[in-house]
Design a protein. Structure first.
Length: 394
């Protein structure tokens, strides 16, 4: 064992040179220590990770090195994979059709929700029966006699204030505005000037298009207001469910590829999507200065109904800023359709947000595990796979 420990490539001359460097007080760090110090430098680590990141996904040449008959069989396997991908596309088309069918069953429930939230319908006592943890705890602490007395007093108080409170608290005030403020991606869109209009948002409905193209439309129903004359604002999302001919194996189901808003008929001076800005202009020849008023775009939730236009040619290039806006828009539209409309009351109370935070924590842990396995060349060479050191015999 002692001989193994001394089997170092460097000999006595290296030891002497190291000693001389250490005595000189300059560059006396041994090579091993230099490497360690470099690896502890965040800038060096970042550069190394960036370089390695560029290599991920590049072909190792393994498949190209295989015998021709094997490569031929791999082509046959890819053809089978393409058939599987086409079947998957059909599967998602049927799922969309099923979603359209079941949406008809949800519609009456959503309609009643809108009537209650807007105050057009006041639910009966039976319809309001729902267990509450706070109420259950309070009831357990109260004796039967005390509960009965509290009930009588409560009914008396209700009768005295029914006229006053009935007019003040109609339905569920600010139902949709509260939901929008609770959801981070929507809260970022809502500006202070938007709040008075969104308080008058009575309902958000969805209609589905089964094909030509498949997709969905969001309908925002507003009460009469002092800002625009529209009673309904719409946002249409078109989807495709076909593998990309140039990259078919990237197919993961239906995706939104286009969205169309609607014109808003603003009343004079009430357009929330623009603002007046005063600028000073200097005359080139005379040198005089004048103040001009310009109309520029303003941040507003209602810009949602005027998304960037997409070229009709699917191969046309879209600049990065426009693509970023479209991607965010698609995510918002999908989230409203998939999560907010079906579970509106839970977003109002915040319960849906708690559930999603818990789900995000779980998914983050799963992604960390997946990332540990994802640093693999696209063209994996099994002959270069290293043996797991933990599995070596001692």
């Amino acid at each position: 064992m002692g001989d193994v420990e001394k089997a170092v490539p460097a000999g006595e001359h290296e030891d002497e040179s190291n000693e001389e460097e250490e005595e000189g007080g300059e560059a006396g760090t041994r090579p091993g220590r230099t490497t360690t110090s470099l690896l502890q430098n965040p800038a060096v680590l970042a550069a190394m990770q960036n370089g390695l990141g560029k290599l991920v996904g590049q072909s190792s040449g393994y498949v190209a090195s295989l015998p021709a008959p094997v490569r031929r069989r791999i082509k046959a396997l890819k053809k089978l994979q393409m058939e599987s991908t086409n079947i998957e596309a059909k599967f998602y088309e049927e799922i969309h059709a099923l979603e359209c069918k079941y949406h008809e069953l949800y519609t009456p429930l959503y309609a009643k929700r809108a009537l209650i939230a807007s105050g057009e319908y006041d639910p009966t006592e039976e319809e309001c029966e729902w267990p509450s943890e706070d109420e259950d705890e309070e009831e357990e602490e109260l004796a039967e006699g005390v509960k009965e007395k509290a009930k009588v007093e409560d009914e008396k108080a209700k009768a005295e204030t029914a006229g006053k409170e009935g007019e003040q608290a109609k339905g569920v005030p600010g139902f949709w505005l509260t939901i929008f403020n609770n959801v981070e991606m929507l809260a970022e869109m809502v500006q202070e000037n938007d709040a008075p209009v969104l308080e008058l948002l009575e309902d958000v409905k969805i209609t589905f298009s089964e094909r030509d193209p498949m997709g969905f439309t969001l309908h925002f129903h507003f009460a009469k207001n002092d800002f625009f004359t529209n009673s309904v604002l719409t946002k249409q999302y078109d989807m495709k469910c076909l593998p990309d001919p140039e990259d078919p194996f990237s197919f993961e189901g239906p995706e939104i590829f286009k969205c169309v808003g609607c014109p808003i008929d603003w009343l004079p001076g009430k357009n929330l999507t623009v603002k007046q800005v005063k600028k000073k202009q200097k005359h080139k020849s005379k040198g005089s200065v004048r103040t001009v008023t310009k109309q520029v775009k303003a941040d507003s939730f209602f810009n949602f109904f005027e998304p960037p236009t997409i070229p009709d040619d699917p191969k046309a290039e879209v600049d990065e800023d426009t693509q970023a806006l479209l991607t965010a828009d698609f995510e918002i539209g999908h989230y409203i359709r998939e999560r907010i409309v079906p579970r509106a009351v839970l977003f109002f109370t915040g319960e849906a947000l708690d559930e999603e935070e818990s789900d995000e924590e779980d998914s983050d842990e799963e992604e960390d595990d997946e990332d540990a396995d994802s640093d693999q060349d696209e063209d994996f060479d099994p002959s270069k796979a290293k043996e797991n050191p933990e599995c070596k015999q001692q």
